[in-house]
Structure formats: C-alpha cells, structure tokens
Design a protein around this ligand. Structure first.
Ligand code: G3H
Length: 195
C-alpha cells in the first residue's frame, strides 16, 4: 500500500488575523512548519522515487512546499481554497456584522450555502473529482498540500464520511494526515509536527 499525505499549508498571515481566503504569505510559525514538513517528507518518502507533491495555485501552499527537495511538484487549481466570493478577505465577525443574512444562511446549511460570487462546499466537492481520480490512479505516494475546506472534502472521501459532515470535519494546522489504502480498507495516522 502507498500512502497519501494530506496537510494544510503552514499558518498564513491571514490565518493569524482571522481573515478568510486571500493569497497571503506564511507567518513565522507557518514557515517553520514548512521546514518541519520538508524534513518529515524527505525521511518518510526517502526510497520512493516516483512520489510527488501536489499543491494549490495559492502562495501559501506553494511556499509550504518550497523547502521540500527531490520530488516533482504539481499545482492544481482544483486544490485552491473554497472561493468566498464577496466575503474573501473578511473575518467571520465582519461577515456577521455587515452581511447578517449571509452569515445566518451559511450557519443553517453550510454544505449547500454558496458565497455570493463564490462557491459552496458542494461546488468544491464537485471540482475535486479529477483530483480524486488522479489520486486513485497513482501508484506512488502523493503529498497533498491544500486548504481546510478542500481537505475536509478529500479526507471525507478516503475516510468514507457522510456528505453532511464534510463542512464540520476538523483538519488542524501543522498536522499531517497519512492515509494508507490496503486490501483491508483505509488506515489513518496523524503526525502533529508543531502546535
Ligand atoms: O478560509 C476558509 C476556511 O478554511 C474554511 O472554513 O468553511 O469552516 O468557514 P469554513
């Protein structure tokens, strides 16, 4: 069995300020995670010549991958974070205050709620289909460096979690989720590299 390693990007400067979306750089803690991740990946996949690193097209995942050497890197637009549309760059507090109807609608049905000029979780799940097909087809290990909403959907697919749970699954920062697909089913390990 070959592993799939799932991780969020290192903490971004937007994360620190509680802002969603954007295309920001990493915080100091995020940069440290990128180094620790590179160390982990280089050890864990040392003899895996055909392994590859997949990121989104956003800076924070590309920068998180950048200290990793020796493996090809592929950028997927389909791995980009859920598009928050008009709410991109806002904090949840600001959305609640300035767009209370939007805030309530999302709270009621987070799976189906679509940000104005943005996406819903269902949209994200749909655009991930080609990524999942390619992941299933790979024989070598893959490291996927992406974003919380996207990883919720990918994780749910492999861990066989129901659709309605997807928007609420916890995918912590600075933690690697290793998925192994064997004949007896899916096994999961977690490596928390830092707080
Ligand atoms: O920036 C977006 C977050 O990673 C997604 O979180 O869907 O729980 O608001 P949320």
């Amino acid at each position: 069995p070959r592993p799939i390693l799932l991780t969020r990007h290192g903490e971004s400067r937007f994360n620190v300020r509680g802002r969603i979306g954007g295309d920001g750089l990493l915080s100091d803690a995020g940069e440290l995670y990128a180094k620790k991740l590179a160390n982990f990946v280089e050890k864990r996949l040392k003899s895996e010549k055909a392994a590859s690193i997949w990121t989104s097209t956003l800076q924070r995942t590309i920068l998180t991958a950048s200290p990793i050497v020796g493996f090809p890197k592929i950028q997927w637009r389909a791995l980009d974070e859920i598009n928050a549309g008009v709410c991109d760059g806002m904090t949840y507090e600001e959305i609640k205050k300035n767009m209370p109807e939007e805030y309530e609608a999302r709270k009621k049905d987070k799976l189906r709620y679509r940000y104005p000029r943005g996406e819903s979780y269902l949209d994200v799940i749909q655009r991930l289909e080609p990524v999942i097909i390619e992941l299933e087809r790979q024989r070598a290990p893959v490291v996927v460096i992406s974003h919380q909403a996207v990883l919720r959907a990918l994780y749910a697919y492999f861990a066989d979690r129901p659709l309605k749970e997807i928007p609420h699954i916890e995918v912590p920062l600075h933690t690697i989720i290793e998925i192994q697909m064997g004949v007896t089913g899916v096994q999961e390990k977690r490596y928390k590299l830092m707080d």
